[in-house]
Design a protein around this ligand. Structure first.
Ligand SMILES: [Zn+2]
Length: 314
């Protein structure tokens, strides 16, 4: 669903709630506390259009809980109408270069704190499931993000290293790594590439790509000689991972002017989530469905989580 369809399909909060209810309870409403099917509807009259007036009452004698369609989900302790959430989701998953909290603020007409909160909560749904492993022909390359280095040609000491692993014709995985040493990169490759289902690894001729002493030693490994200005040799190239890098760089430069390095991995996750679904027609529906499964997250907890530093650079 594109933004235009989202605003057309959910002109009222009731319609957005009905859509959400179907995603949450495809087989009929159940009490989120005890799981009972016997429930009754209570419609409250509300003066404010932003208040979710539809409430349910569990009829199980030992439970008797009252709940709404969003109770216990990530959407719950938000005073924003669901229709705004849906617009934010649509904006974030369709923005090729990413969407900053500042842009969300402008598009939705909410304050910055609300936009920031929304963006981070939607990102929670944008983590790839654990265990996604790449197969087939796998291109591996690294790129450097960060400060300019005048007079230090070739040295990349102050820059942050992003390792890109892409299954040719398939998904992309981006990892913020501490350095470009062979051991560091290999550890990530081992985590994200399926050794048994990969028949070809392609990298450039940088010295750190050497799998001879690793469990990938029996997988065919080709090197494209970037140092000799060679970019394609038949099926040997890293062009599809490099295409992703150039889009990433435009996103980092164009959207997140003040991208904080400590949040880099989260932005990388968001970027790859979007990238990997750019041709999937129901990515909006899929993202809402994922968010249904994410528990409520208080502002304080979110701040704590986002204050983490994945590693300290030496
Ligand atoms: Zn109940």
């Amino acid at each position: 669903m594109k933004l235009i369809e989202v605003s057309k399909n959910f002109p009222t909060e009731e319609q957005a709630l009905a859509y959400f209810e179907k995603r949450r309870w495809p087989n009929g409403i159940r009490c989120p506390i005890c799981g009972a099917k016997e429930i009754s509807k209570i419609t409250r009259k509300s003066k404010s259009k932003n208040v979710r007036a539809q409430v349910y009452q569990c009829l199980e004698q030992t439970c008797k809980s009252q709940f709404s369609a969003t109770s216990g989900t990530i959407f719950h302790d938000s005073h924003l109408p669901l229709s705004k959430w849906f617009m934010a989701i649509s904006l974030m998953i369709d923005a090729k270069k990413g969407m900053s909290a500042l842009q969300l603020q402008r598009h939705l007409g909410v304050n910055y704190r609300t936009a920031w909160y929304l963006a981070h909560r939607i990102r929670e749904a944008m983590d790839e499931p654990d265990g996604l492993k790449l197969t087939g022909t796998v291109e591996i390359d690294e790129t450097y993000i960060g400060g300019k280095q005048r007079g230090h040609k070739g040295k990349k000491l102050n820059k942050d290293v992003v390792l890109g692993i892409r299954q040719r014709g398939g998904p992309l995985k981006l990892v913020h790594v501490v350095d470009n040493k062979a051991g560091t990169l290999y550890e990530q490759v081992a985590q994200h590439v399926d050794k048994d289902k990969t028949d070809h690894i392609v990298t450039d001729d940088a010295g750190w790509y050497n799998f001879r002493l690793t469990k990938f030693r029996n997988v065919r490994h080709s090197k494209i000689l970037h140092s000799a200005k060679e970019y394609v040799r038949g099926e040997v190239h890293t062009n599809t991972v490099e295409n992703a890098f150039s889009l990433l760089k435009r996103a980092v430069i164009g959207t997140y002017h003040q991208l904080s390095i400590k949040h880099l991995q989260r932005y990388l996750n968001e970027f790859s989530y979007r990238f990997n679904r750019r041709e999937i027609a129901d990515r909006f529906e899929q993202t809402v469905a994922r968010m249904v499964g994410i528990k409520a997250m208080p502002y304080r907890k979110l701040i704590e989580q986002h204050a983490f530093t994945p590693f300290v650079k030496p």
